[in-house]
Ligand binder design. Structure first.
Ligand SMILES: Nc1nc2c(ncn2[C@@H]2O[C@H](COP(=O)(O)OP(=O)(O)OP(=O)(O)O)[C@@H](O)[C@H]2O)c(=O)[nH]1
Ligand SMILES: [Mg+2]
Length: 312
């Protein structure tokens, strides 16, 4: 069964709804001071892991927006919160993956998605999900497995490739990741693929810094592919809480990620982290992972996300 965003956000929403109930109860006993409502809203956002800095910004804006509304009107307060949350996402309007150009039917220049992120965040799973989605749209897809660090990594991606009937370029344990990528790019060009999906390792054998290795891979891709056709997709585990923001910052500063896929939203009560990531990094969240299955992936739509957070 496919897990959708609304299901995935169940735990996060439960937390937020109990905070909202508290606010509703306050309002029930008459008009209260603004600051009491704001304090409760602040607590609610912090508990959902929206993060201190972003929460303060939202509360500051809410101070203005609720000033003129009836303090006994819970729905109006809820709408004000919804609108402030949405504003955080308005800075980034371009949310579609590889959307710089439409995927034309033929003579398409090769497009590449490079999935990066620390170990265990869900890179391999996400690459398989995205590849499967393109395949279903009739695209010619190639998976390239550059994780030569873990002995079991090849086996894992092979299982996904088999299940989804995807072509795979891989190498031996310990091989140079950049050379696997190089082979993959040549193969993709020869066989006229539309999209190459590159799975990377979260750790390396060598003392080479992970960031340096990924930069090297990026250079290989850039040799043949137009920058507009490259998506550097940073995979972030939403269960990592605010650590996820720190990781994301390190990767984006070093490697210029063009988009984020946030995984494991189904496993956390802290889904509010999406708001902090967008606010603090300014990189658009483009995709979310909502489960372990190959179809458990969705485009990130801010309005749907905010609705799923606030409404039962
Ligand atoms: N519940 C849930 N689990 C997920 C999701 N995405 C990935 N996982 C699980 O997270 C675990 C790690 O996923 P991988 O895809 O192996 O992560 P990785 O980043 O490739 O890991 P390394 O290659 O070791 O760096 C697996 O058990 C996945 O099933 C998701 O959206 N929801
Ligand atoms: Mg992996």
């Amino acid at each position: 069964m496919k897990h959708n965003l609304n299901n995935a956000l169940f735990k996060t929403r439960s937390r937020i709804l109990s905070g909202l109930k508290k606010i509703k109860n306050i309002l029930g006993v008459g008009s209260r001071l603004e600051h009491e409502i704001l304090e409760n809203l602040e607590e609610l956002l912090i508990t959902a892991d929206v993060g201190v800095r972003t929460t303060q910004k939202i509360i500051h804006n809410l101070e203005n927006s609720i000033r003129n509304i009836d303090k006994t009107d819970f729905q109006a307060i809820l709408r004000a919160l919804e609108s402030e949350l949405l504003k955080v996402f308005e800075k980034n309007s371009q949310r579609e993956i590889l959307s710089q150009h439409q995927l034309a039917e033929c003579k398409t220049p090769l497009k590449v998605i490079l999935a990066i992120g620390v170990n265990g965040v869900g890179k391999t799973t996400s690459v398989a999900k995205i590849a499967h989605r393109y395949k279903k749209q009739g695209k010619e897809v190639l998976l390239v497995a550059t994780d030569t660090f873990r002995a079991a990594a090849n086996e894992q991606i092979e299982i996904w490739a088999d299940r989804a009937n995807l072509e795979l370029v891989k190498s031996q344990y310990g091989a140079d990741p950049a050379s696997v990528l190089y082979d993959g790019m040549i193969s993709a060009e020869k066989t006229g693929k539309d999209i190459v999906l590159v799975d990377t390792a979260g750790r390396l054998h060598t003392k080479t810094n992970l960031m340096e290795e990924i930069k090297k891979m990026n250079r290989i891709i850039c040799k043949n592919v137009q920058p507009a056709n490259i998506e550097v997709l940073l995979i972030i585990d939403s269960t990592a809480g605010h650590n996820a923001v720190h990781q994301a910052r390190a990767f984006s500063e070093n490697l210029g990620a063009t988009g984020i896929m946030l995984t494991k939203l189904d496993g956390t009560a802290k889904g509010g982290i999406v708001v902090a990531i967008e606010d603090e990094l300014g990189i658009p969240v483009k995709l979310v992972g909502t489960g372990e299955g190959i179809d458990d992936i969705e485009n990130f739509v801010p309005a749907d996300f905010v609705k799923a957070l606030l409404y039962e």
